[in-house]
Every structure is written in C-alpha cells, then in structure tokens.
Design a protein around this ligand. Structure first.
Ligand code: ARG
Length: 572
C-alpha cells in the first residue's frame, strides 16, 4: 500500500470514529512545504462543517482515535484544522527497497481507443497526441496489472473513399505498382480531390464507387482493401519509429461495424429514442438543450439511409460491452469531439448498450500549436506529416549529440539521436496537461535543462557513470540510511512513485508522471551535491547506502520513462 493510501485508510477510519459522517474522507495530499510535514490531511474541515463543530476540536478527536506512532514521528494540528504528518525517517528508509513494486490492484478489463487515424490520408501531427498519450496510459495500466485491450478505431469507410478508388482505378488501368502510386497518400488525396471538384464525370464515377463499395462489390472491395493495407502500413512505420505498442491486431476499423449499423438503428427505434427530422433519424435528448430551448440532435441515419460516425461509435460501444466485457473504455480523442462523445455516451446509456457498471471516459486533448500560437503547420501552411516531423527531430538531436560528443562513432551518435529525438517529441507532448492546447517548440523540447526528455535521460546517464566509477571501490553492505535532509527528501520522493502511477491510471494524465520524474531528478541532483558518494573519506556503509539510493533513482527513472514509451542511455 502506498503512503497516501495508508494514511488515508487510517485517518479516514479515525475521522469516522470521531463521529464524522460515513462519506467523509481524510483527503490526504503530499505537503507542499517541508514545514507542513510530509503529508497533510485536509478533510477535517469539511466534516466539522457538517457536524457543526469546531474543526480544530474535531482534529484533536481524530488524533485520539488513531495511533500513527509506528509510522509518524509527529502529527500536528495546523491552521483551521489541517493535520500535518511528519513521517518517521527510519520507517521511510526501511520501506524504500520496494519502491517500484506496485501494490496489487483489482484487475479490470480496460479498452483504450487511441491513435485512430483516418486512412484516406496520411497520419498527421494531429494524431500524434492521441497516439503518444494513449500509448503511455496503456503502458501504465498494464504495469498496474490491468487487462488492456487496445482498439485502433481507424476511419476506413465513408464517401471520400469513392473518389480515392475512382482515381486509383484509373491509375491501375495505366499499369504500375500500387504501393508506388500510394507512396505519398497526401498527394494522392489532393489529386483525387482536384479531379472530383473539376470533373463532373469523375465525381459521378466516385459516387458510383461509394455505392458499389457499400453494396459489397467484390472488385471494388479488393481495390479498397489494397488501399487500406498500404495506408495501414504507413501508420505502422510511424508507430515503429515512435516506439508505440500498436500492431495490426489492435486495428478495429470503422468498417468492422458495418453489419451492426442497421441493428443499432432498429434497436434505437424500438426503444423510442429516434425521431425523424427532415428525413434523417435523430436522437433529441433533453440533456443537450441549448439556451434557446432547442436541442442539438445526434444524427444516426441520413436521409437516403447513410450511416454516420455516431452510428459506428454506438455499435463500437455495444461491442466493447458485450464482446470485450470492458469495465472502463477510454477514448483518447481531440477535445473538439466532446459534444459527439457526450451525446453518444448518453444515448448508449439510454438504449442499454452501455451498462452502468461500464465507465465511458473521453480523455480529451487540445490542439498542437506552432510557436506563433496558431495550429501547427508547415512553413507554406500545409499540414505537417508525422514522418517528416520525426525525421527532423532525429536530425536535430543528431546535430546536438555530435556537437556534445564529437569523439563518438557515427553509428553510436545516430543511435543516441534516435532515442533522444523521439523521446523529446513524445515527452514534450506528454509533459503538458493534455486538456490544454500545447505549443510545439524544437528548442524547448531538445534542451538539456528544464522539464525535458534529454534532461531526464542525461540524469539517468549520469547515475550510470557514478556506477562505472564506483566499480573499483570497496562497496560494503548496508541498509539505507537517510541522514542528510536532501537524502531524506530523495527517499520520500522515491516512495511516492506508486501514488503517481495510481493517479495516471485513474485520470489518464501522464504529465503527472513527467512532473514526478522531473522532480525526482532534481532531488537526486541536490542529494548528489550535498552527499558525496565516491569521495575517499566517506565510510563504506554510508557509501553503500548512497549507492542504493542512486540505484533506486536510476531504476525509477528508467521504469518511469519506459512507461512513457521513452528509452534511456548508458552514456550520452
Ligand atoms: N478517426 C477519428 C478522427 O481522426 C478519431 C476516432 C476516435 N475514436 C472513436 N471511437 N470515435 O477524428
């Protein structure tokens, strides 16, 4: 059990024993300043208010109901009724060796819908956020022991495939290699769109292709399938480059739900949830009433019978509940789709597609912006391709590494540049609160100072160099001792790893882990300044203790970065 849970359990029980209502909680938080102790309990005030009691008196009663003397050296009542908890240093030191071993959780089945690009075009930077953040959360959940099912809900269906197939069929008629023709999907899409807009005959043929595709014409399906395979291959190249854990097995495309859509509509109709409006089938739900009293409907079927994005998402929810038996479904999708998800979730609940026991969570993220504060674009205003961005990251990292370590062999510099460059791109995204927009800056993300991947990778490499130097010294045996204040602060921080993992798994916010690792590295640097390790006059058992602290720090950095999908280096 992590420290926070332990204190929460004991103090919440004490709070209730002191007469507070059963729903009250001690609300334990790490203290923000050392003089407030290591942890604070903030829940007494709210309980006192409910009991119409003086909060400091209630706090005193709480302390009578519990004995924390095995773990805390002092607990004081502060301000209006906070409890400041000063933990025992010996207790911290003894708890340390197990700091990256997680507490057992009740394993849940968690479906994570992420990356999910549209296959008509090349993956662009907009899908980068979903891919990177989703993959980090997936890793954390698996590390906690949950059963995670990745779902790459790629867009592979819809009217734009008509024009793409019509254009592709023409190129095929001229001969040539398909994968060559589709080497640049972005250009291919542009050409098709140009023809579609300029040539009415081509537009007509495009529409015929849509009808043929949707009615299951074998030739048309075969062509479509080839297109999808090549487009998916482009995605896989990007996943590999990024070190993202998605594979072909995780693809559950929009088209996979095709056969369920008619049933979704008829079930919604039977439940009385749909209304016809201008020929379309719509759900008007009171929850989505606007200020003027009108309701924003969710359109389920278009005039003429076509299905929509929402129809597929409803089918997917039913599948995730009935077949995958999910306890939680997490959607890592742009915040601009919030209304869509709120409407889909609400309708799914009403229709009984999603039981109350299955939680549906839109893990929304903001837009990636350029340094000018506008959506991230190429210099000429086009969308930035993911592949180009990743190539540039590695090139820039290569220049930095070569300037820093000109003596390293070319191949080693390339290898370092890959890990640093990709790590920097991922970390700069992961370290921001995902719900806000974020500014993409090469200079900031590749800096060796501040809250960046290179800084953390460098901190790790630096600890490895301590071990290389320590190799020749007499090491000695000792349990961990936290003698200096910087040592104690590092020890406490190490013990908080567990709590952070817990919160990332719950909230899907990897920036908590980033901030934690950054602070951990800072505590290590302060410890390393204040507490000599290798100096000759350091007694062997103190050296042994400090080397263990260094080892735990390195392990925690490595584990934490690997959960973010970022590699470390032995030297850099
Ligand atoms: N393909 C969509 C897009 O690029 C994202 C899909 C997200 N997942 C979902 N179940 N709707 O905008």
């Amino acid at each position: 059990m992590n420290i926070r849970q332990l204190l929460d359990q004991r103090l919440t029980a004490a709070l209730q024993a002191a007469g507070a209502p059963v729903a009250s909680s001690a609300i334990i938080k790490p203290s923000t300043r050392p003089e407030f102790g290591d942890y604070q309990a903030n829940g007494v005030m709210a309980a006192a208010k409910q009991l119409k009691m003086n909060p400091r008196e209630l706090a005193a009663k709480v302390l009578e109901q519990t004995d924390l003397s095995d773990i805390a050296e002092q607990v004081e009542i502060a301000g209006p009724g906070f409890l400041n908890i000063h933990l025992k240093t010996d207790w911290l030191a003894a708890a340390l060796p197990t700091n990256t071993q997680l507490d057992a959780v009740e394993p849940q089945t968690i479906v994570v819908d992420y990356s999910s690009p549209n296959l008509a075009k090349e993956m662009h930077v907009g899908h980068l956020r979903s891919t990177i953040i989703g993959d980090a959360v997936v890793r954390v959940l698996e590390f906690q022991g949950h059963h995670v099912i990745r779902q790459n809900h790629v867009g592979d269906w819809g009217t734009q495939f008509g024009m793409l197939l019509a254009h592709l069929a023409d190129l095929q008629a001229q001969g040539g290699e398909l994968s060559m023709q589709l080497a640049d999907l972005e250009a291919f899409y542009r050409e098709s769109k140009q023809r579609f807009d300029a040539d009415p005959a081509f537009a007509e043929r495009s529409r015929e292709y849509v009808v043929k595709l949707q009615s299951g014409d074998p030739e048309c399906l075969a062509l479509w399938q080839q297109f999808i395979n090549i487009s998916l291959h482009h995605c896989e190249v990007a996943y590999q480059e990024l070190g993202v854990s998605l594979t072909r097995q995780d693809v559950m495309a929009e088209s996979a739900y095709n056969d369920d859509l008619a049933k979704v509509v008829s079930d919604l109709q039977a439940a009385g949830l749909l209304t016809e409006s201008e020929g379309a089938q719509c759900a008007f739900m009171d929850e989505f009433k606007n200020k003027d009293g009108s309701i924003t409907p969710l359109i389920i079927q278009k005039t003429g019978g076509g299905y929509l994005y929402a129809t597929t998402d409803l089918a997917a929810i039913r599948y995730r509940s009935r077949v995958l038996q999910a306890d939680r479904v997490l959607y890592f999708v742009d915040v601009r789709q919030s209304l869509h998800f709120q409407q889909v979730y609400t309708l799914a609940r009403k229709a009984g597609f999603a039981p109350a026991s299955m939680s549906l969570e839109h893990m929304a993220f903001g837009t990636m912006l350029g340094e000018d504060g506008k959506p991230f674009k190429t210099r000429t205003g086009g969308t930035v391709k993911l592949a180009d961005l990743l190539a540039e990251a590695q090139e820039r990292a290569y220049q930095l590494v070569s300037a820093k370590n000109p003596e390293l062999a070319e191949a080693e510099r390339r290898e370092i540049a890959h890990i640093v460059g990709i790590g920097a791109v991922k970390y700069s995204d992961l370290s921001k609160n995902r719900t806000s927009d974020y500014v993409f800056s090469w200079e900031l993300m590749l800096s060796f100072e501040g809250n960046t991947a290179p800084y953390l990778q460098y901190a790790y490499a630096r600890i490895q160099s301590i071990f290389r130097k320590a190799g020749n010294l007499e090491q000695g045996q000792s349990s961990i001792q936290l003698l200096e204040s910087s040592e104690r602060a590092l020890g406490l921080k190490l013990l908080q790893f567990n709590e952070i993992i817990d919160s990332v798994g719950r909230e899907g916010q990897p920036h908590h882990l980033c901030n934690y690792l950054y602070e951990l590295a800072g505590h290590f640097m302060a410890f390393y300044e204040a507490c000599p390790i290798l100096r000759e006059d350091v007694p062997t058992e103190i050296r042994a203790s400090r080397l263990q602290l260094a080892q735990l720090t390195a392990d925690t950095l490595e584990t934490g970065l690997s959960l973010l999908g970022i590699g470390v280096l032995e030297r850099m």
